[in-house]
Write a protein that binds this ligand. Structure first.
Ligand SMILES: Nc1ncnc2c1ncn2[C@@H]1O[C@H](COP(=O)(O)OP(=O)(O)OP(=O)(O)O)[C@@H](O)[C@H]1O
Ligand SMILES: [Mg+2]
Length: 292
């Protein structure tokens, strides 16, 4: 067991609304483990429309010698969205880290594409994932450079391009899409509102024109009106631009309303998998993760 000790004092509430009795992380994890279901690969494939664009196969991964994810499988189709929910320390961010190449993979594989077109990306570095495999990781909060202008921050998103002019051209395409950012291109990023900053973080990832977006807690720290804005942006990227989205969302209600597929992760293992809508209606999920 790897998760419990480090999180004892890390107690947070779940769900979007008021929570009468906040139970501890350990208690959520214990109760969530009790509702775990047997999940077959066929179920995961079916949820992904039987044509997965991102596949994680029997992944065992962690940090240093520590195993966090135990024999994990994941399937998401092209232009689908998948939301991971679960208690603090369950390993949700670790899944995104593993896909992007930030942590240690002991065994298992990660593939992009389906059938004969699939590519094994398990051992690629983050830079290779971004430049070659079309995977972008959108960092949780505080990743922009506040002293640089909005424009310079966007150019940074293209640092892997062969020439700076290519990064600048790609940044212009992003500005064409988001006038709200274009209007502020010469402003220091540090003066942006929370919502604008999140938009900049997402936009910076778009400079490389990725196919797969890994998004860790897009709503964290945002006022409600900005939360809706962020989900509208992600909705547009999925449904109008065909991006495949894998997200972690502490606001389980928002995340599951948004996503086609929901996975509940507990102690590094899949406990429940279903359509986002079905998980929203699942009373056991509701009680633990949706604020009752
Ligand atoms: N860089 C790291 N080095 C060592 N252990 C880590 C590292 N990052 C995370 N862990 C550990 O891995 C486990 C899973 O953490 P992870 O961040 O994936 O959880 P999470 O489900 O995203 O939780 P939260 O909801 O709090 O963000 C935890 O026990 C955590 O302490
Ligand atoms: Mg996390």
């Amino acid at each position: 067991m790897v998760n419990s000790e480090s999180n004892n004092d890390n107690i947070r509430g779940y769900g979007g609304g008021a929570v009468d009795a906040v139970i501890s992380v350990d208690e959520v994890a214990r109760q969530a483990a009790e509702i775990a279901e047997d999940i077959t690969l066929d179920q995961l494939d079916e949820l992904a429309g039987n044509e997965a664009h991102v596949s994680i196969n029997n992944l065992v991964a962690g940090y240093g010698q520590m195993e966090i994810l135990h024999d994990l499988n994941l399937r998401v189709g092209k232009a689908q969205s998948l939301c991971l929910i679960g208690p603090n320390g369950a390993g949700k961010s670790t899944i995104l880290h593993a896909i992007f190449g930030f942590n240690r993979i002991f065994s298992g594989s990660i593939e992009i594409g389906s059938g004969s077109d699939s590519v094994d990306v398990t051992r690629l570095t983050p830079n290779q994932k971004l430049a070659q495999a079309g995977i972008a990781y959108i960092l949780q909060d505080k990743s922009i450079f506040p002293g640089m202008t909005v424009e310079e921050n966007l150019w940074m998103g293209g640092f892997l391009k062969d020439k700076p002019t290519e990064a600048k051209a790609a940044a212009e395409m992003v500005f064409d899409k988001y006038s709200r950012l274009a209007d502020r291109r010469k402003h220091k990023a540090g003066v942006l509102s929370g919502g604008e900053r999140r938009l900049l973080e997402i936009s910076r990832a778009l400079v490389m024109n990725p196919e797969v977006l890994l998004v860790d807690e897009p709503s964290i720290g945002l006022e409600p009106r900005f939360i809706d804005m962020v989900f509208e942006i992600l909705d547009d990227l999925q449904n109008n631009e065909g991006k495949t989205i894998i997200m972690v969302e502490q606001n389980a209600k928002k995340g599951l309303e948004f996503a086609d597929i929901g996975y509940v992760l507990v102690s590094g293992q899949l406990a429940i998998a279903g359509k986002g809508d079905d998980l929203l209606k699942n009373p056991k999920v509701g009680e633990l993760f949706l604020g009752g």
